[in-house]
Design a protein around this ligand. Structure first.
Ligand code: AMP
Length: 421
C-alpha cells in the first residue's frame, strides 16, 4: 500500500515524502482512509506504530480543505504527559512545515506557567495538543473555545486513565460539540479503557492490526520466583552475573526506591532513585546521568518513570509488580525500543503469584517461572489478598533467616504493615 492510495491531498503526500516516510505503517493504512471519511476510529497501537501520523494526516487534510472558510479549533489531541504533548505536537508541526498553508499547532501542558500559553492561543489555533488538566484551566480562562472542535483524539487512552484523568476527560467531553469525530488510540484495553471507548465512539472502524508484527519489540520476559526479603540480593546477583550496565528497576513506593538504591550502593553498585518528589530539574539531571552511563541502576516508581525514553534500555526489572496490569505493559515497553532487544525480569514473591497470573492473562502471554540457585523461595503465600501485597514496600533484604518459617501472627502483622494506604 502507498500513501497515494489512502486518499490524502497532494500537498500532504509531498509533506510525507519530504519527511521521509515511504510507505504507510499498518495503523496508517487502516486508520487514514476511515478517518478521511469522517468515521470514528478505535486503534490498538503502541508507541512506534506510526499512530501520530495516523491521526494527524486526516486532521491536516480536513484543515487544508477548509482553508479560507471556517476558522476556529479543528482538532483536539488529549495526551497523558507533557513529554508526549511535546512529542506529538512537534511531529504534527514537522508535517505542517511542508504545507503551503499556515496551520497553527499549539502545545499545552501543566506544571509550567499558564500565561505564555494563554498568550500563544490568542487569535485562535487549528490544532491543540494538550494534557487534560491544563486544557480545562485554559478553557476556564476563555483562552480556548472547544465548542467548535471537529475531531477529538485520545492518544494513549490507557495511560490517560492510569494517571487518573477520567474526571478531567469527562469535563472536557462536556465542553465539546456532540457531533464530532473521535479517534481513540490505546496500547492496552483493560475494562476501564474499553468502557470509555464504548461511551465515546460511534460505530468505529477498528484498527486492531497490531503493528507489533512489523515492529514487535523483542522483549524477553522472565519471571523469577524469590522471597520478598531476598530480592535485593537477587538483583545484585543478576547485575553481576549478566554484567548489566543500565537497569531500570521498578518499585512500588518512594520509600522502597530509597531503600533498594541504598542497599545497592552499599553493595558497590552505582544506583540512584527516581521518584515523584523530584523537581523537573532533578529528574532531568538524574536521567542524563543514567543515559550517559554515570550510574548503572535507576530505582524508580511508576509515576516518576512515565515519559522516560531511553533508547535501547537493555533491562527492566519489576522488583515490585505494578498494581495495574496495564502498567506492566508500559514498564516492559521501556526496553526493546526502536527495534533493539531487551529483557524484562519480574520478581515473583509467593504473595505476588496470583497477581502475576492476572497480568499474564491481560497480556495474553504466559511467562515461565524460574528459580535461581541460592535464591529459591522458602515462604508460601499469605492468606490475605495476594493483590494487596503485590505493591508492598521492599522487605528487609537482609532479614528473614532462610528456612525459618514465620508464625501466622507475624505474617498477619506484616501484611497489615504492608497494605497500601
Ligand atoms: P509514533 O508511533 O507516531 O510515535 O511514530 C513512531 C516513529 O515512526 C516516529 O519517529 C515517526 O516519525 C516514524 N514514522 C511514522 N510513520 C512512518 C512511516 N510511514 N514510515 C516511516 N516512519 C514513520
Amino acid at each position: 500500500m502507498s500513501f497515494a492510495s489512502l486518499g490524502l491531498a497532494p500537498a500532504l503526500l509531498d509533506a510525507v515524502a519530504a519527511i521521509g516516510y515511504d510507505t504507510p505503517t499498518a495503523i496508517q493504512s487502516a486508520a487514514i482512509p476511515a478517518a478521511l471519511q469522517g468515521r470514528d476510529v478505535l486503534g490498538a497501537a503502541q508507541t512506534g506504530s506510526g499512530k501520530t501520523a495516523a491521526f494527524a494526516l486526516p486532521m491536516l487534510h480536513a484543515l487544508l480543505a477548509r482553508q479560507g472558510t471556517r476558522r476556529g479549533l479543528h482538532g483536539l489531541v488529549l495526551v497523558p504527559t507533557r513529554e508526549l504533548a511535546a512529542q506529538v505536537g512537534d511531529a504534527i508541526r514537522a508535517l505542517v512545515q511542508h504545507l503551503p498553508s499556515t496551520i497553527k499547532v499549539s502545545i499545552v501542558f501543566g506544571g509550567v506557567s499558564i500565561n505564555p500559553q494563554m498568550m500563544a492561543l490568542r487569535g485562535g489555533t487549528d490544532i491543540i495538543v494538550a494534557t487534560p488538566g491544563r486544557l480545562l484551566d485554559l478553557a476556564r480562562h476563555n483562552a480556548i473555545k472547544l465548542e467548535g472542535t471537529a475531531t477529538l483524539v485520545l492518544d494513549e487512552a490507557d495511560k490517560l486513565l492510569d494517571m487518573g484523568f477520567a474526571d478531567e476527560i469527562a469535563q472536557v467531553l462536556a465542553l465539546l460539540p456532540a457531533k464530532r469525530q473521535n479517534l481513540f488510540f490505546s496500547a492496552t484495553f483493560p475494562p476501564a479503557v474499553q468502557a470509555l471507548a464504548t461511551a465515546l465512539l460511534r460505530e468505529p472502524v477498528r484498527t486492531e492490526v497490531n503493528d507489533e508484527a512489523a515492529h514487535e519489540p523483542d522483549i524477553a520476559q522472565r519471571a523469577i520466583e524469590v522471597d520478598a526479603a531476598r530480592r535485593t540480593q537477587l538483583l545484585k546477583h543478576l547485575i553481576k552475573e549478566h554484567q548489566w550496565k543500565q537497569v531500570l528497576v521498578f518499585v512500588a513506593t518512594k520509600y522502597a526506591s530509597e531503600h533498594v538504591a541504598d542497599k545497592l550502593r552499599r553493595g558497590g553498585v552505582a544506583a540512584e532513585t527516581f521518584h515523584g518528589d523530584f523537581s523537573q530539574g532533578a529528574r532531568t539531571e538524574v536521567l542524563a546521568d543514567f543515559k550517559a552511563g554515570r550510574m548503572n541502576v535507576l530505582v524508580a516508581t511508576d509515576v516518576a518513570a512515565r515519559g522516560i525514553d531511553i533508547a535501547q534500555l537493555p533491562v527492566v526489572v519489576n522488583y515490585d509488580l505494578p498494581r495495574a496490569a496495564a502498567d506492566y505493559t508500559h514498564r516492559i515497553g521501556r526496553t526493546g525500543r526502536a527495534g533493539a532487544s531487551g529483557a524484562a525480569v519480574s520478581f515473583i514473591t509467593p504473595d505476588a503469584e496470583a497477581h502475576f497470573r492476572l497480568i499474564e492473562k491481560r497480556q495474553g502471554k504466559r511467562v515461565p517461572r524460574e528459580r535461581i540457585a541460592g535464591f529459591e523461595p522458602t515462604e508460601s503465600a499469605q492468606p490475605a489478598s495476594a493483590t494487596a501485597s503485590a505493591g508492598s514496600p521492599a522487605g528487609d533484604p537482609n532479614g528473614g533467616i532462610k528456612g525459618k518459617r514465620k508464625s501466622k501472627k507475624d505474617k498477619l502483622r506484616e501484611a497489615a504493615a504492608k497494605a497500601p494506604a
